[in-house]
Design a protein around this ligand. Structure first.
Ligand code: PLP
Length: 361
């Protein structure tokens, strides 16, 4: 069996060594004679897996002790609804900086619970930039400011943590977490669905500055309350144990590979390879994002003639390069190159793109 290079945006490729280890341990986890997914989440075996995953993630991301880390189901979209319920008073404003599709989703999920205010948006230019900090119209007494660190569909990424003063900064890091060092202490909440850089779909990481948990928020069921989840150590109900286990293996792999500093270097090289091919193609390929904020994780691009889209995808798949079709909201192509995508995979795509241009240009 040969594995292809999979450029899917999420669920995305996992490190091959993680999949092999999971395969080996599937029937018999560490001599127990049963799979970890068959054991109680409250038993010593899974508690060990869960505790190690948290400790390893704290080490990988340098998460300070005054932050709680949760591993929950529901995806990033559920977090987007729970943020106002947990951290905004009824009728309070919250500021959203809109730089693409997922920022819109965040606002849509929050609207029933908070006066969601668009403090800045790059929508008028088709989300090809990040709105400059000087132009943000922040509300007085906002509960928080929300940003999307990396817009998975539009391929724009914050390259710096914006300064929002004393208001807590909440950030959706679903598609760029662990791809470079970040100063967690600059954020109130960081959240990410795991299915891009952290492991498999089905588990969501929420990192919360503990003092924010003292906020009353709004009336809500216990299961929607982050205080209860922190108290229950993410086991208020049955957690997504298989996904949590795979996340743990993926985090161990990232630590062994050199951690976030190493992935920052690899991401710069990988994305650089593709942007170079695009920018030097004489217009055969096009990426219209402001170069200063181009995503290092998701590279959307268009061919000069969309009649070539189908042949491009077909020929790419024939040489083992799959999942390059762009999101339906934008069309064109998109190469998602998260941590698990080896440099050889990106080099193979860059070579294919040059060759395709030679044959069809
Ligand atoms: N935020 C970003 C940046 C995403 O890329 C995605 C999914 O691709 C989501 C949120 C939605 O995540 P989920 O499907 O885990 O709810």
């Amino acid at each position: 069996m040969s594995r292809v290079h999979n450029f899917a945006a999420g669920p995305a490729a996992l490190p091959e060594s993680v999949l092999r280890q999971a395969q080996e341990e599937m029937l018999d986890w560490h001599g127990v004679g049963a799979s970890i997914v068959e054991l109680s989440h409250r038993g010593p075996e899974f508690i060990q897996v869960a505790t190690e995953a948290e400790a390893d993630l704290r080490r990988l991301l340098s998460i300070p002790d005054n932050y709680a880390v949760l591993f929950l189901g529901g995806g990033a979209t559920t977090v987007q609804a729970l943020l106002p319920l947990n951290f905004a008073a009824p009728g309070q404003a919250a500021d959203y900086v809109l730089s693409g599709h997922w920022g819109k989703t965040a606002i849509k999920q929050a609207r029933p619970y908070v006066a969601a205010h668009v403090a800045a948006t790059s929508e008028a230019d088709g989300f090809r930039t990040i709105p400059a900090r000087e132009g943000w119209q922040l509300s007085k007494d906002a509960a928080y400011v929300h940003i999307t660190a990396n817009e998975t569909i539009h391929g724009v990424e914050f390259r710096d943590t914006p300064d929002v003063g004393d208001v807590p900064l909440f950030a959706d890091f679903s598609s760029s977490i662990a791809s470079e060092p970040i100063d967690v202490s600059r954020y109130g909440v960081i959240y990410a669905g795991a299915q891009k850089n952290l492991g498999p779909v089905g588990v969501t990481v929420v990192i919360i500055r503990r003092d924010l948990l003292e906020r009353a928020g709004q009336p809500r069921a216990d299961i929607l309350d982050y205080r209860s989840h922190v108290k229950g150590e993410s086991m208020l109900n049955t957690p997504p144990s298989w996904n949590w286990y795979l996340l743990g293996l993926t985090v161990k792999w990232m630590l062994a590979e050199g951690g976030v500093d190493e992935f920052a270097r690899r991401s710069a090289r990988k994305s650089g390879l593709l942007y170079d091919v695009i920018d030097n193609s004489g217009g055969f390929y096009r990426n219209e994002v402001d170069k200063a904020v181009r995503s290092r994780m998701n590279v959307p691009f268009f061919l000069h003639d969309d009649a070539l889209d189908k042949p491009f995808l077909k020929e790419a798949a024939e040489v083992g390069l799959i999942s390059l079709k762009g999101h339906r909201a934008l069309g064109g192509m998109r190469a998602s190159i998260y941590n698990a995508m080896p440099e050889a995979g990106v080099q193979a795509l860059a070579d294919f793109m040059r060759d395709f241009q030679r044959r069809h240009g």
